[in-house]
Write a protein that binds this ligand. Structure first.
Ligand code: TRP
Length: 338
């Protein structure tokens, strides 16, 4: 049997997972595990590139690990970036194969250095500029074939390919395969409070629904969802209603979706029914996630150790790449006897 293709993706430990993240990305990560050899990282080194709090960083890293396990990521596939120092070692080597000008021109760097990545005193870290090189190392250290990410990461993927190509050219060998973006059609979830914007944490509490939320809160947020901002052209579905249909479909409630859509087409759709159905669907999912998480939390210490162990096994693959890369790059390698 042919070997499974390798999938790699990473996520920053910035706390909670909301339904936008879930349906837009991490549910896909769960599903990909059936078909590919998947490796998923919680990238705590990346989270240091903007001003941060060390106590919160560690707490968020573990929180995200438990959240990912609760939604169905297998622990063998999961690692914590700072437990695999080869990422940062490869990052240094890659720095020397990366154009400084290209880094300065990255959209994310330009946005973040103008905004969230800046300290109160205007401090912008060199880490923020170097962020995409570390990301390239995350991907290439496992020689991943596919990287499931959203469109906003396409520029970072392009840079990863540029770095791989430049390295290959320099060492005269097609050592790195060029990683491809794995675009999967995932639903784009909007804020229920303001369907004009996407569901996101940065917009504030009412703009996202956490997948671990209490039932009452989920129902309340869905009940108060904006259905029509009054600017929908006649005969068209408003963004708010469209968002509720999207949530229903994403939750796998196809029958309810079909019957409510028939109501909509007949002009008899009652928003209360729609919201009731969406509320039920999300509460059902969240109940599963919360139960799974509560289970994991009873065995917290043991699970943390298992993640440290899986990180150490994943590290062995990274070490193998580093040995070969150092050989090719003309560095001294203890094991290779040079
Ligand atoms: N930059 C990614 C994001 O913000 C996170 C990330 C870091 C990543 N390293 C990665 C994604 C490697 C894919 C592969 O979403």
């Amino acid at each position: 049997m042919a070997e499974k293709k390798k999938v790699l993706s990473c996520i920053q430990p910035t706390g909670d997972i909301h339904y936008g993240n879930y349906f837009g990305a991490v549910k896909n990560w769960v599903d990909l595990q059936a078909k590919y050899d998947c490796t998923y990282g919680v990238v705590d080194y990346h989270a240091m590139t903007a001003p941060y709090n060390p106590v919160k960083l560690r707490a968020n890293t573990w929180e995200l690990i438990f959240n990912l396990l609760a939604i169905g990521i297998e622990k063998e596939n999961l690692f914590i970036q700072s437990l695999v120092p080869e990422h940062t070692e490869l990052c240094w080597i890659f720095n020397c194969f990366t154009s400084y000008g290209q880094l300065q021109r990255m959209t994310q760097f330009k946005d973040k250095s103008a905004d969230t990545g800046k300290g109160e005193d205007g401090f912008i870290s060199a880490g923020l500029l170097d962020y995409p090189v570390l990301q390239a190392a995350d991907i290439l250290v496992y020689r991943a074939d596919f990287v499931p990410v959203g469109k906003d990461q396409e520029q970072h993927l392009e840079l990863s390919r540029n770095i791989a190509q430049r390295f290959n050219q320099q060492v005269g060998k097609e050592y790195f395969v060029l990683p491809e973006t794995l675009f999967t059609e995932t639903p784009k979830i909007r804020s229920t409070a303001d369907p004009k914007r996407k569901m996101s944490k940065s917009a504030g509490e009412k703009h996202y629904i956490s997948i671990f939320s209490e039932e009452a809160r989920i129902r309340k947020q869905v009940k108060s969802a904006v259905t029509d901002a009054g600017d929908t052209p006649k005969g068209e579905m408003s963004e708010g209603v469209d968002n509720l249909f999207t949530l229903l479909k994403a939750s796998g409630k196809m029958e309810a979706h079909a019957s409510l859509m028939a109501d909509h087409n007949a002009g008899t759709l009652k928003y209360v029914d729609m919201k009731e159905a969406v509320g039920n669907a999300l509460v059902e999912l969240s109940t599963q996630f919360k139960d799974a998480k509560a289970d994991l939390m009873t065995d917290k210490k043991n699970i943390k150790n298992q993640i440290k162990y899986s990180s150490s096994l994943i590290r062995k693959r990274a070490q193998e790449t580093l040995r070969e890369v150092k050989d090719l790059a003309g560095l001294i390698n203890v094991k290779a006897g040079q």
